[in-house]
Design a protein around this ligand. Sequence first.
Ligand code: NAP
Ligand code: GCO
Length: 285
Amino acid sequence: MGDFLKNFSLEGKIAWITGASYGLGLAYAVAYAESGAKIVFNDINQELVDKGLAEYKKRGIDVYGAVCDVTKEDQVVKFVADAEKAMGGTIDILVNNAGIIKRIPMTEMTVDQWQQVIDVDLTGPFICSKAVLPAMIKKGSGKIINACSMMSEFGRETVSAYAAAKGGLKMLTRNICSEYGQYNIQCNAIGPGYIATPQTAPLREKQPDGSMHPFDRFIRSKTPAQRWGKTEDLMGLAVFLASPASDFINGQVVYIDGGISAYIGQDPNNLDPSKFTDIDENEAQ
Ligand code: NAP
Ligand code: GCO
């Protein structure tokens, strides 16, 4: 590897990806491990942690994993202490990936349902960032990467709590940058478009008559690439934002959405499913 490319290496770094048993978190962790980092991850219950440990073992990646609810500060503080003891060093990179969504019309959403989403998607990143910042300040370096969203910029029906949380997370990203940039700590966010993971599976489910989910057709009409993102599409950006190559980027949300945020969209009925590159032609109707 040439000297310049070493700027993209994570050799010698300890990376914590929250909620990384599967989905985007697993993809980020695999990319970080392949870039030289040591990986620690948490998830909400032992079953998911065990699922994650099996996934990492399958890929030959040695990780530390434990149960930790990102909304509970006592669990987060203990997780960080245990993980750093296991890894023999402090956390250099935090990816606030853990998240939930509830798709409920606002007038039907209970305050408890609202609060659950805010707690995981906004308060969780606050708690986890607060837990790793002191050591980053002492070390004089650190990377915090938040999981923003199209809903950090746009609203849509039924996702009021999620959009409010992801909009707030954009501003938390900017505020961590503002408050801690002086310690050579960079806080940025990944803003994925619509990615094929379990979280978005309900939006891609086939209709009873075998036709495409209306939202599937809709989002393809809003995406120039006319396809859903793959977790692999996000790995390069995740590594870049965790590496020295991005040390002068701070407080930014980098959208990786296939062009959704730049495109007014077209009539979903004008789409030709035979041209979709991410599903079998026979599937597309
Ligand atoms: P996902 O499939 O739902 O995975 C999220 C992970 O976080 C799951 O393992 C989940 O466990 C875990 N989690 C939930 N609550 C937690 C808590 N309190 N403490 C610890 N872990 C918790 O989500 P994803 O699609 O991979 O997305 C990952 C992140 O990217 C999320 O923040 C999401 O909002 C964001 N994002 C996703 C997309 C997309 O299109 N997929 C686009 C933009 C942004 P459970 O399985 O129990 O919920
Ligand atoms: C939804 C989706 C989105 C994606 C993602 C888009 O219901 O609209 O779940 O919110 O998860 O956040 O960037």
